[in-house]
Write a protein that binds this ligand. Sequence first.
Ligand SMILES: Nc1nc2c(c(=O)[nH]1)N[C@H]1C(S)=C(S)[C@@H](COP(=O)(O)OP(=O)(O)OC[C@H]3O[C@@H](n4cnc5c(=O)[nH]c(N)nc54)[C@H](O)[C@@H]3O)O[C@H]1N2
Ligand SMILES: Nc1nc2c(c(=O)[nH]1)N[C@H]1C(S)=C(S)[C@@H](COP(=O)(O)OP(=O)(O)OC[C@H]3O[C@@H](n4cnc5c(=O)[nH]c(N)nc54)[C@H](O)[C@@H]3O)O[C@H]1N2
Ligand code: SF4
Ligand SMILES: [Mo]
Length: 740
Amino acid sequence: MTTSLDRPRNSLVSLPVLFERHGPLTEELLLSPSKFGIGLTPTGLQPQALVPSVCGYCSTGCNLNIHVREQQAVGLTPVADYPVNLGMACPKGWESLTVLDAPDRATTPLLRNAAGVLEPVGWDVALSTFVERMKGIQAKHGPASVAFLSTGQIVTEEMAFLGALAKFGMGMLHGDGNTRQCMATAVVAYKQSFGFDAPPYTYADFEESDVIILVGSNLCIAHPILWQRVMRNPHRPEIIVVDPRATETTMAATQHLPAYPKSDLALFYGIARILIERGWIDRPFLDEHTTGFEEFAQLVESYTLDAVAAQTRLSPEAILRFAESIHQGKRVSFWWTMGVNQSHQAVRTAQAIINLALMTGNIGRPGTGANSITGQCNAMGSRLFSNTTNLLGGHDFANPEHRRKVATVLEIDPETIPQEASWPYHRILEGILRGEVRGLWVIATNPAHSWINQRTARDILDRLDFLVVQDMYHSTETAQRADLVLPAAGWGEKAGTFINSERRLGVVSKVKRAPGQALADFHIFQLLADAWGCGEMFRRWNSPEAVFQILKELSAGQPCDITGIEDYRMLTARGGIQWPFAAGSDEPEQERRLFTDGKFFHADGRAKFLGESSRPLPEPPTEKYPFVLLTGRGSAAQWHTQTRTAKSALLRKLYPSELYVEINPHDATQLAIRTGDLLRIASRRGELSARALVTPGVQRNQVFLPMHYVATNLLTDAVFDPYSHQPAYKACAVEVTRAG
Ligand SMILES: Nc1nc2c(c(=O)[nH]1)N[C@H]1C(S)=C(S)[C@@H](COP(=O)(O)OP(=O)(O)OC[C@H]3O[C@@H](n4cnc5c(=O)[nH]c(N)nc54)[C@H](O)[C@@H]3O)O[C@H]1N2
Ligand SMILES: Nc1nc2c(c(=O)[nH]1)N[C@H]1C(S)=C(S)[C@@H](COP(=O)(O)OP(=O)(O)OC[C@H]3O[C@@H](n4cnc5c(=O)[nH]c(N)nc54)[C@H](O)[C@@H]3O)O[C@H]1N2
Ligand code: SF4
Ligand SMILES: [Mo]
């Protein structure tokens, strides 16, 4: 089915706002934002210097020139010749500086007093309280009774510092990040299939494909500048979007396949079966570069066209056309995001996509690939260097040789390195529930809004003996529950590096002083290391640049080797550099993809076919709860739990202030609902009210809620993929009625 919704090709404002207020103002907003008052210097003063810095929101990794005058950041413009954004930025990027000046910035440490109120204290008290309480808990309940939850939104040098300090300095065993909510599936899928967590593409692939397949990705609003790269593709590509909803992205699709939620796995197995049956596969590539194809071919045997059409609720014609497009394409690229990663069968779905790329030989060549698009600005840094699931540098905690190597680089006793990876996020929360974890340190993430099934999540956080939250703002839902708040500098107020979706390292610059006594996370980790008594271990970790040199050493010999990058200056001069770039290797080209030689990272050099039968929805609709609830991003102007983006008056104009729910016109008629009516949405776990947005974009018996409003996760169901342990945020059963 192709949708014929008459919508603009670029939508930077959210659908409801677009429908109700503005009409399509979008391409213009993207290309000349200053007309709308975005990014202008408040003073109109000419800058004395332009300082380039990678954007601090999404993983696209646009480069922005910060206008600096008298040591004040006064405005910004996108860097014209950066290979990622080519002079463009989205509204969040343009408004990056504005949100730093919000009145609810945490400007001093805050400690909960006897009356239960958070009260300003000095750093000396904050540090000694941290150490006293956390060590006290460890003394009573063992070192693993204290854990941390971190993020994909701080610089790599800070992530590595945190992971090393917590595990090697403070003796913690468990620490995970919000990347579990986001990229864990892609990590596991790539590791199992390719032998390393290695997204193979470069952004130029968006422009070089003749068939672009986007699965569970609303690229137009979640990665607006990558969407621009698609729009620049000169080959009139077929754009195929698999998403149960018609979205801003499907507006420009040539084929939209609104497959039933979580039926993607069956769909891709069905496609694989058609390709095999018709001989539309690349035999020489399979024979030379892969293993496991025969078993996989057997597995997909039962996914007949009729069976798949029934499961996906797509027409057999639409499925066949999809398969034909893959066959006819010369350069087919497959891209996926949260519609795949957040599912009860997420890893196998991601691998079903990888398998399609492998069996058609669409990998390692321009315009091809099985490409997971990352979410946060530095999720890729966290995947390699956060010391949570992987030992620093993409190493393995369980591998004694890896532990020795890391210990040697860090000049520490190998015995200080845990011999197993951390518990994943939900196990840490279960550990709290069982009383095994009693102290928690939360850095740059807001679980009291973003974690799945909030009723349980908040109850769990409230059971802790001691909760420390390190954030830019004291007002976040999680900071408000903390015993101790540590005030952190944000993007723009500190330096380091990010790694974007296409593996490109880029420099983040300090262009502003943090307010009050707020400190860079880096500095907070240094102070805590000293206060804890393990400062000596981090003697060499005296600046982000110094840590970057350590990270290089840690990466040596790994697929993500970055020993060829001299320093930050080199990164800035080259427009960022993609990994790998090993010392002594050829001068790197500006755009590079992996697997051009057909060699993968498994010991036998081959990629693996992996698969498993599809499973039904964990919480299918019932008579009482007849709708499937989908959740996700609402607009290009909103970022996650809105601690940052809600602070910009300009961004606030681009999305509705109240929670809304997308509902199909047929269902609306049945329930006598019109756009703007207040609805009650209830799941087995909780209920909320939201304004109706009646739109044919969602299918009958499905509704969609954006994740940016705190109520949404009252409804979601804590179900996880068995391999990646990523939460399945995107499908649970709900009831919809008129409120009141
Ligand atoms: N403006 C903005 N941009 C962002 C972010 C943000 O908060 N705001 N967050 C960033 C982060 S961290 C991430 S992870 C990315 C996320 O980027 P995306 O994954 O593109 O965003 P989502 O809206 O979460 O999900 C994408 C789509 O999945 C669809 N979907 C739901 N269930 C299914 C299913 O079963 N199958 C399929 N095929 N599709 C399904 C939804 O309808 C939705 O349109 O965005 C990044 N960029
Ligand atoms: N229902 C539903 N829920 C979802 C999703 C969904 O699709 N549906 N998506 C999930 C996904 S993919 C993600 S990634 C998560 C995101 O969930 P979160 O990580 O909880 O969301 P953010 O709002 O990005 O939280 C980041 C926090 O870090 C703070 N911060 C920013 N910069 C810094 C810094 O430099 N230092 C410090 N110390 N703090 C800083 C911000 O103020 C903010 O409080 O949400 C998940 N939740
Ligand atoms: S697309 Fe992403 S990286 Fe680029 S300006 Fe927008 S938020 Fe920043
Ligand atoms: Mo994410």
